[in-house]
Design a protein around this ligand. Structure first.
Ligand code: ACO
Length: 326
């Protein structure tokens, strides 16, 4: 059998800003309680970026850790993709700013906007470069300052989100074309633009000329999340040629503990195989999967060679899943 070029994740890193905001602190701002937030979401606290920290700054911190884990330096990079829904500026792309701040050489750099599904979308784009021999060392980053999109009078949304960043380094590796290969093995990506009203931001450069605030019909999003994600997960597993019973770790988008548990239950995935970090950083949108991934690696649960299942859902509505042998 002739060798197959695979996109292998060789390093993972994450960063959370220093300031921690507890549920009790939010209860001073809106009519809520620690008990309600924990019971409905599983969230205990979130991190907030300093006023002088932009998405690119969080991205750079996570990127440095991912590069160190991969044994690479910024000089090695020829592709940077940032998944973000809270870019530093309308343009240039946050990825271009990250390239400058890292001191990486001239190469390809652009953003992917698929909200909370952005990291899974961005990984698939990186796969398109790396597995075709078009990039030798790619950085895929999810970086968000979601607290800047909050309406601090809306208790239904402002308690749910936080700031953070996570990154992976993706490099080519030779495989045999079967599920024993290390690398990104299968994807399923989806978008249903008719569901925009369930989750969106009410501003933008070509409409209001403002940044806008996040609006969400939480219970509707919840319903779609559990149903749609399950279908995409099964499609990604089929594309990869794996059974869900073979998955070592399930790393869902960290939006709400009840969604995580609901999806795992629907798919028959045992709770002990789910990486959940939502309690400590709330919903960090595109950053949440690499944040959880990095924590699982750092605490020794996730080991090289294991089979991981990533899934996410976000504004659009977008959703998707990826099977990867780490
Ligand atoms: N504190 C106290 N009460 C609250 C709060 C709060 N922070 N927020 C809402 N409530 C109240 C509501 O006003 C409502 O009160 P009412 O019955 O008097 O009208 C009551 O709680 C129930 O509201 P629901 O919205 O029906 O509550 P639900 O059980 O659905 O929980 C939640 C709300 C947590 C938002 C849930 O729907 C959810 O998690 N949805 C998914 C949202 C999500 O994860 N989105 C992100 C995914 S996509 C992305 O990441 C961008």
């Amino acid at each position: 059998m002739s060798p197959v070029l695979r996109s292998v994740v060789t390093g993972v890193g994450a960063y959370l800003p220093e300031e921690v905001v507890s549920n009790a602190e939010l209860a001073k701002v809106v009519d809520t309680s620690d008990e309600w937030i924990v019971d409905r979401t599983g969230i205990h606290e979130r991190h907030r970026a300093r006023p002088d920290q932009a998405a690119s700054d969080l991205a750079v911190e996570a990127a440095r850790k991912a590069l160190a884990a991969a044994g690479r330096t910024p000089a090695d990079l020829d592709l940077i993709i940032v998944a973000t829904t809270t870019p530093d500026l309308t343009f240039p792309a946050t990825a271009a700013i990250v390239q400058r701040k890292l001191g990486a050489p001239i190469g390809v750099a652009f953003d992917v906007q698929a909200v909370c599904s952005g990291f899974v979308y961005a990984l698939s784009v990186a796969d398109g470069f790396v597995a075709r021999g078009l990039a030798k060392c790619a950085l895929v980053i999810g970086a968000e300052t979601m607290t800047r999109l909050m309406d601090w009078n809306d208790r239904g949304t402002c308690v749910l989100f936080g700031d953070g960043a996570g990154a992976v380094v993706v490099e080519p590796g030779e495989g045999r074309g079967d599920i024993a290969d290390r690398g990104l093995l299968g994807f399923a990506l989806r978008c249903d633009g008719t569901k925009q009203d369930l989750l969106y931001v009410d501003g933008g450069p070509s409409t209001t000329g403002t940044v806008g605030k996040l609006r969400m019909q939480g219970n509707q999003v919840f319903r779609h999340a559990v149903i749609n994600i399950s279908e995409a997960v099964e499609a990604a597993a089929k594309a990869a040629g794996v059974q869900l019973s073979q998955i070592d770790w399930f790393i869902p988008h960290q939006a709400n503990q009840r969604i995580l548990a609901g999806v795992a239950h629907r798919l028959g995935i045992a709770e002990e195989r789910v990486i959940s970090t939502v309690a400590r950083h709330a919903n960090t949108s595109a950053a949440s999967i690499p944040l959880a991934w990095a924590e699982g690696v750092a605490d020794g649960r996730i080991k090289p060679g294991q089979l991981l299942l990533l899934e996410a859902m976000g504004g659009g509505l977008t959703w998707g899943a990826c099977v990867v042998r780490y």
